[in-house]
Design a protein around this ligand. Structure first.
Ligand SMILES: [Zn+2]
Length: 284
């Protein structure tokens, strides 16, 4: 069942758990994510389709696919979310296509411009019943990052600016920068839970952690205690499934049929997504 993003995140905020937001860009990635959540007891879940995957699939196709797969799991809450988008036209197209939420990413812009643009997106999206995530601060790029730019630098989110931004825009969820990176970590993740705590006290709305790939369970738990209700995982899904594919092809006497490889890929996505779901807390 397709579900409202804002309600899903507020339930998580009040219940002290996080909703997994997993990137999908093909039938097999969507199916693997939904199966993992179904087997975990119909956890609420976000299927995130990044604007950069438009060459893989159109917005209308992504919506039709999630809606159809969702019918096979009527007891599960699924939200189709547009991930990282700077393009106003694509955001409007996603709203029209039926997406439940959109992320406007103005994090590289000056504060006032990010605020102005986010407020504009909120006005339009909210009029259509669609929720909005925005970002303040900037994540650095790690290994194998498929989001942002390789030159992205870390700028921590300022708690006071976050409060001003939320009050002025009416945004439903805010992505923060507290030491996570897009991609895989080159060393041990250094997440500033102290900064997150201050942001949470000032923001008082659901917060989003990008760069979930490779974050240890204890750090995830601390983040959830301090307002994180949505955790994005992209790179690890791709790296895990890509390595498994390589192993299978190297070990095979003859190349398996593409349909067999596609089913294997679904299982690989399911496996890595299941690991993260188990980190994100109980829904009880
Ligand atoms: Zn991100």
């Amino acid at each position: 069942m397709l579900t409202n993003f804002k309600e899903m995140l507020w339930d998580a905020y009040k219940g002290h758990y996080a909703v997994g937001s997993f990137n999908a860009y093909s039938y097999d990635t969507f199916k693997g994510i939904i199966e993992a959540n179904r087997k975990a007891g119909n956890r609420p879940t976000i299927a995130a389709f990044g604007a950069k995957y438009l060459s893989n699939m159109s917005l209308d196709d992504a919506f039709a696919m999630v809606e159809s797969i969702g019918k096979s799991a009527p007891d599960m809450q699924i939200c189709l979310h547009l991930d990282h988008c700077k393009d106003f036209d694509i955001i409007c197209q996603a709203i029209r296509a039926g997406f439940g939420s959109v992320m406007y990413d103005g994090s590289a812009l000056p504060f006032e411009e990010n605020l102005k643009n986010t407020a504009r997106v909120c006005e339009i999206a909210h009029a259509c019943g669609v929720s909005v995530e925005a970002e303040l601060g900037s994540l650095a790029a790690g290994q194998y990052s498929h989001e942002g730019e390789a030159t992205d630098e870390e700028i921590y989110t300022d708690p006071e600016k976050a409060a001003e931004f939320i009050a002025s825009t009416g945004v439903d969820a805010l992505a923060v920068s507290v030491g996570t990176v897009h991609g895989l970590y080159k060393g041990t993740p250094k997440v500033r839970v102290d900064i997150l705590q201050k942001i949470n006290e000032a923001a008082k709305i659901p917060l989003v952690l990008h760069g979930g790939s490779g974050i240890p369970e204890d750090i995830i738990s601390s983040c959830i205690k301090n307002g994180i209700t949505k955790i994005n995982v992209n790179t690890e899904i791709s790296v895990f499934a890509g390595n498994k594919l390589k192993e299978r092809l190297m070990a095979a006497d003859k190349i398996p049929h593409l349909s067999v490889l596609a089913l294997d890929q679904q299982k690989d996505v399911e496996e890595v997504v299941s690991k993260y779901i188990s980190f994100f807390g109980a829904t009880d």
